[in-house]
Design a protein around this ligand. Sequence first.
Ligand code: ATP
Ligand code: MG
Length: 616
Amino acid sequence: MLNLILSKDIAPYVRRHKRLLLVALILSFISSGLAILPAYLLQIFIDEGMKTGSDPVTWKIPWLAFESGVFSSWHKTEMVLLDNVSPNKLLLIISAVLLVSVYIKSMSIFIAGLLAAAFGNRVVKSLRIDLFKKFISMPLGYYYNKRTGELIARSTADLTVMQSLIAHIAIGLMEYPFSIMVFLAYLFYMNYKLTLLIFLIAPFIVGLVHLFGKKVKKHAVRVQDAIAELTVNYQESLVGMRIIQGFFMGVEEVRKFTKNAEFLYKKTMRWSCWHLGLGPMLDATVFLFLPIVLIIGKIYFNHTLGELIAIIFAFSQLYSPFKKLSQVNNNLKTLQGATFRVFEIMNIRSDLQEVSVPKILSRHRKAIEFKDVSFAYSSAKKVLKNISFRINMGEMVAFVGSTGAGKSTLLDLIPRFHDVTKGKILIDGIDIREVSFESLRRQIGIVNQEVLLFNDTIINNIRYGAPWKTTEEIAFVARAAYAHDFILAQPQGYQTIIGDRGTLLSGGQRQRIAIARALLIDPSILLLDEAVSALDTESEKLVQTAIDELHGSRTIMIVAHRLSTIMKADRIFVLENGQIVESGTRKSLLAQNGRFRQLYDIQFRSQERGKNKIFS
Ligand SMILES: Nc1ncnc2c1ncn2[C@@H]1O[C@H](COP(=O)(O)OP(=O)(O)OP(=O)(O)O)[C@@H](O)[C@H]1O
Ligand SMILES: [Mg+2]
């Protein structure tokens, strides 16, 4: 039931920690049960305990007795708890009972609160971890049209909302109806006819609660959207600070941010208005009806003033948990908004998944084969069209072509960052869709166009993919990537922290660290996408030598604009508009006088003119 109200998505999380919730609930019931005890004891305390003289007194409580027989029924009676005690002794006993009850009540409130907090926090902790796992397992394609700030907002702000509300709601949903039932029973016991009158107000109250709940939900979603918008704003500005300052757009950015902050303020106030408005509206409605109840009570039921006051008292006791319950409804609607936003991510089913029983791809020894591969990021346009080739183990092949031809995309298909739209890719004869991600990706070393490093030490960045490697092994690959010397020249050598995304290093240095990182995992397949583009000619030659040394023992696929990088390649594929238009050795391609010759000549000529060697 609770699961249904909270949302079926959170149900498994609530179930996982239900024992905590249960104990918290029992303690809440105890404390709310004990809440009426002081008021009740006070009456005995005054009426009996305060009697002067030494006449013994009796402590009785109202009770229901069951009478079996032909017409078995419940009837009101009294139960004697203590008989024949002196008033002073009764005072002492009552004081002691009161003390113990207050003590138990306080303790149960405290422990119930702690348990409820533990419950809420554990539910959200589990959800937080699962959400992160989801992020990690989501295919890269998911992130292309997502705003990072939005995802951050959902995993922080929305989860915080859930964290602050879930325990309160789960307990409130049980505790308040329980209190309401207790007081209703009491009222029926007192006067069932007048109690029935109370139900006249019910439709109005239900209407109000429903209306406010709907509004609260609507505005809560808008508030969370606005928070996400603001987070996006923070994130993009912080990441793009260099551009903002470079183009002197600070003032404009502040203006944009102010607008977003104002927007969030307005949305939050709207939400507050509906959230806080329900209480006073309920009060107004209920107290409008109260005189009517009194009048009807007097005229039609001939109640005495005393009876009416007693009923009004009980009524107000009933109203308090009811009002709290309506507030829980508002919170519930706020929670549902946040839950929806979090589970929108959690419930995404990705097409790019491991098969249920994946094969383990053993170390690649034979060949990588593309068989009639086509690929499109979206259905609109094919980026790769009917690509077929076979690269033998140990070969070094290069892909060249104009910008946007699909070279990076082609390399991305091998570690299954995307799945082919048509055709298949085989490694040693096995379709890569049939093998486990781990066995596939662990043997592919990747150096990308954009080098991504973490804000950590150089050594930790190099051993990112293989944390178990020793310092010697790390120094070995660093030497191979011609990074060792410049690393030692850093203030703390390998222990130097390289700043956010490696910003404290030069582009060329970052690239060499990325190469070392890729080499450390001892890959059988090396994918180098513009891996040496940021290096000067001299370091490029050195790194080139390092790559050449791997030639023969690994399969290497290189994408490069600078043709000097690919001179040693066994074969070259020329890619245009997603198709292979030429392929062969450098010599044969030059002899063909086709597209490759064209590219070669352009670069050669621009080199002659002493211009930058980059062409596209
Ligand atoms: N995430 C993406 N979503 C949609 N389209 C994309 C995406 N990434 C690339 N494209 C499109 O796919 C085509 C090929 O891009 P790709 O990055 O593979 O080219 P490239 O040959 O590596 O170019 P460059 O030499 O400039 O790196 C381009 O037309 C590009 O617009
Ligand atoms: Mg590219």
